[in-house]
Design a protein around this ligand. Structure first.
Ligand code: NAD
Length: 299
């Protein structure tokens, strides 16, 4: 039978990801600082422990899915962190979207304890996490990739090796910068079309058969009533939080600054999402930029 897998961070993404490991027959040992997050997994038979160190004491393969860099630093190197109890030869996979330099630091710290750390951030959102169709962008030692793939294939349909540790994060940060720019572009375009008297469903249909088509227009349309089963159909609840998008755009800005790379639209998108966080949109899905623009236009 399959040996147990540790899972730390059971939020919007971690919860359905861990469920898919269970579905594939892996016994899961999990923890989260928010006890409510652990309930569903516990009901499915997962064992819930108190701290990341406790998980590392029991499992030699661990996946982490946490909000941002400080949480990852805490979970790996904190007083009750994974590295306090990690077994030699353990495989540690971090699927959070964080600063690539933090991924490199965690890899160095893990190596000192005889363990292997890989970054494997994901694209696809809660829907893809639930259906096991995430895209994983993996960075780390190439000889460990096959071992990582075995677990990641249970949760994703695309598992792509990117290069040394941190390169998975680089790919993810680039994707999300383009996603943010595309979402804002889609929202302002849809709003303009509506103001010009077009039916939003018809406009979306035309965009999706024309050169303006993108993921934000055809899969995750931000205008309420255009699509079902997306956050815009549900008062922008669930999905990918505006706070998390602002965080990812901040990571893109840091890496662009470090490499002296001009990213003018990424920079503007960062400021728009930061402003939204300051104006009450922090807890909503990032497609709520459509609602934000509507409020701004004084109608
Ligand atoms: P979330 O906030 O819903 O979940 C994070 C979980 O981590 C929470 O349950 C929280 O209690 C737990 N946590 C925080 N600190 C902890 C600690 N010290 N110990 C144990 N548990 C701790 O976030 P999410 O939406 O699941 O996103 C997770 C990561 O995936 C983020 O980096 C995000 O950018 C990325 N991501 C999210 C989506 C999406 O659509 N939501 C898509 C792709 C990537």
């Amino acid at each position: 039978s399959k040996t147990q897998v540790g899972f730390i961070g059971l939020g919007n993404m971690g919860n359905p990801m861990a469920k898919n490991l269970i579905k594939h027959g892996y016994p899961v040992i999990a923890t989260d600082i928010f006890p409510e997050s652990c309930k569903e997994l516990q009901e499915l038979g997962a064992q819930i422990l108190d701290t990341p160190a406790d998980v590392a004491d029991r499992a030699d393969r661990i996946i982490t899915m946490l909000p941002s860099s400080p949480n990852v630093i805490e979970v790996y190197t904190g007083a009750n962190g994974i590295l306090k109890k990690v077994k030699k030869g353990s495989l540690l996979i971090d699927s959070s979207t964080i600063d690539p330099s933090v991924s490199k630091e965690m890899a160095t710290a893990a190596e000192k304890m005889g363990a292997v750390f890989m970054d494997a951030p994901v694209s696809g959102g809660v829907g893809a996490a639930t259906s096991g169709k995430l895209t994983f962008m993996v960075g780390g030692a190439e000889e460990e990739f096959t071992a990582a793939q075995e677990l990641l294939n249970c949760m994703g349909s695309n598992v792509v090796y990117c290069g040394q540790v941190g390169t998975g994060q680089a790919a993810k940060i680039c994707n999300n910068m383009l996603l943010a720019i595309g979402m804002i572009g889609t929202a302002e375009t849809m709003n303009l079309g509506i103001r010009l008297g077009l039916d939003p469903k018809l406009l979306a249909k035309i965009l999706n058969m024309s050169s303006g088509r993108c993921w934000s227009s055809d899969t995750y349309n931000p205008v309420p009533g255009v699509m079902e089963g997306v956050p815009s159909a549900n008062s922008y609840q669930g999905g990918f939080g505006t706070t998390l998008m602002a965080k990812d755009l901040g990571l893109a800005q840091n890496t662009a600054t470090n490499t002296k790379t001009p990213v003018p639209l990424g920079s503007l998108a960062h400021q728009i999402y930061r402003t939204m966080c300051a104006r009450g949109y922090a807890g909503k899905d990032f497609s709520s930029v459509f609602q934000f623009l509507r409020e701004e236009d004084g109608q």
